[in-house]
Design a protein. Structure first.
Length: 195
């Protein structure tokens, strides 16, 4: 049985979608939900579901990113995960953190990568006049939002869309895409999915 750790910074709706899918014939199990935000709503939701949680507040480490990552790594290693899912985890991770999990860490990003890595993806898609937006799940590598793509889902951009309305519509697809990708990834299948 594969052990899955999920890293969040906020509400954790993608974390919940992953957890709800890890039942029955889907052998991975969630062993830890960790956050850099101690009061992240997703941590409370994970606790309600009986999942172990950890909080490592990056603000306690001032500008010492290496020390923050070392503490986060220690908490994660204690849970002995096979796979790490970043689910709205909003800290950039250094190559030193990523390397030990090479090929075992995946992330969901709210754009059709390679378009719009980084922040404000929906605003940027609207400003560019795009007619299609979406989300991507990819392997995490040392370069931000640039690892091999494991799956994408597309969403039409409507004339009246705002960044908020587009974000909400993309999020619905994120909740379909991420569990579907984790299922395949956990079985060793890295062929990309298109929803
Ligand atoms: C999601 O839209 C996710 O794609 C995005 O943050 C949101 C988290 O929502 N992630 C990033 O922007 C990563 N750079 P959630 O906490 O409800 O899952």
């Amino acid at each position: 049985m594969k052990r899955v750790a999920i890293l969040i910074s906020g509400g954790g709706s993608n974390m919940l979608a992953l957890v709800r899918d890890m039942v029955g014939d889907h052998p991975p199990r969630p062993v830890l939900v960790a956050s850099n935000v101690p009061h992240a709503a997703g941590l409370a939701r994970a606790t309600e579901l009986g999942i172990a949680t950890a909080a490592v507040d990056h603000r306690n480490f001032a500008s010492d990113r290496a020390a923050f990552e070392a503490e986060l790594m220690a908490q994660i290693m204690a849970a002995r995960p096979d796979i790490i899912c970043l689910a709205g985890f909003m800290r950039v991770l250094t190559p030193a953190f990523v390397a030990p999990f090479a090929g075992r860490m995946i992330n969901i990003h709210p754009s059709l990568l390679p378009k719009y890595p980084g922040l404000h993806t929906h605003r940027r898609a609207l400003d560019a006049g795009d007619t299609v937006a979406g989300c991507s799940v990819h392997e995490v590598t040392a370069e931000l939002d640039a690892g091999p793509i494991l799956g994408q889902a597309q969403v039409p951009i409507l004339p009246a869309d705002t960044a908020d309305s587009l974000s909400a519509r993309v999020l619905v697809q994120e909740h379909r895409l991420y569990p579907a990708v984790l299922r395949r990834f956990a079985s060793g299948d890295r062929r990309p999915i298109a929803l």
